[in-house]
Design a protein. Structure first.
Length: 273
């Protein structure tokens, strides 16, 4: 397992791809089996599950057979549903136009919440327009509301929708608000890791994908990809540099999703709880 793929991240990725469709709690023994192909050992599964439980994302429950297992909390399901729109959505440039602005003010007595707010807005893909003023494409409005409500931070923030009217060209402003060079490197790193995997599967397209191999390659690709639509929030294509690698990385992930997701589900085949 590479440094990029942490046990906690892979468990969340598994639940997003397959675990939330389970008819009941996923038994711990099944989690151990299903994380082994991506290099996570049993002690790492158990310790990571405990951390996710403390964060309120997983809820311990017994299966009908009496086995210990874990289900997603309502907050975790909302997070995954919001994530679906980014992870499996269309590429930049075809969504609604305009911007959402987040303007926040935190009393000095609660200044620790400023860091939380900044990190959460950055994690949603917001750029920084000015101190205390964060900006993102308008299609992120609903997810931003859900996130701020869930974290009980909404009382510190005002949200606005609007257009950029100047004075600099919007493309120049976008290059200030986001670190586009760093975002491009993330897309290129994804392509370096997963485009050769796609080409290998395409060369075997006349052979049904072996379920465990398909599951492993898909889970690793999804775990890499799902970070990118948050770092790169779907900026309009006309505002991005020529040769932007985002559309290519999105196409590689979509192709892997189409080739491997269903085949991987045959390896998962969670038992009735």
């Amino acid at each position: 397992m590479s440094e990029q793929h942490t046990p906690r991240s892979l468990i969340v990725t598994f639940y997003g791809a397959y675990g939330r469709a389970a008819p009941g709690p996923v038994p711990v023994a099944e989690l151990v089996r299903l994380l082994a192909p991506v290099g996570v050992d049993a002690p790492s599964v158990r310790s990571s599950v405990s951390r996710l439980k403390r964060r309120g994302l997983l809820v311990p429950a017994r299966t009908e057979a009496g086995a210990a297992g874990y289900a997603l909390s309502p907050d975790a399901r909302q997070l995954l549903e919001d994530g679906d729109r980014r992870i499996y959505g269309t590429t930049a440039g075809v969504r609604q136009g305009g911007w959402v602005l987040a303007v926040f003010s935190v009393p000095e007595a609660e200044r620790h919440k400023r860091h939380v707010l900044r990190s959460r807005l950055a994690g949603l893909g917001f750029g920084t327009a000015a101190p205390g003023v964060w900006i993102a494409p308008a299609h992120l409005y609903e997810e931003t509301r859900h996130t701020l409500d869930r974290l009980q931070l909404a009382s510190y923030v005002d949200l606005f929708r609007g257009e950029h009217l100047g004075f600099a060209a919007t493309a120049e402003a976008v290059a200030r608000w986001w670190d586009l060079a760093a975002l491009a490197k993330q897309h290129e790193a994804f392509l370096d890791r997963h485009e050769p995997v796609l080409r290998s599967w395409e060369a075997r397209k006349d052979t049904p994908p072996p379920p465990e191999e398909a599951y492993r390659d898909y889970l690793l690709a999804l775990d890499s990809w799902r970070q990118l639509p948050y770092a790169d929030p779907g900026l309009p294509a006309e505002l991005l540099p020529l040769g932007w690698p985002g559309a290519r990385s999105a196409a590689v992930f979509a192709a892997l999703d189409g080739l491997l997701r269903e085949a991987g589900a045959r390896f998962v085949s969670l038992p009735e709880s």
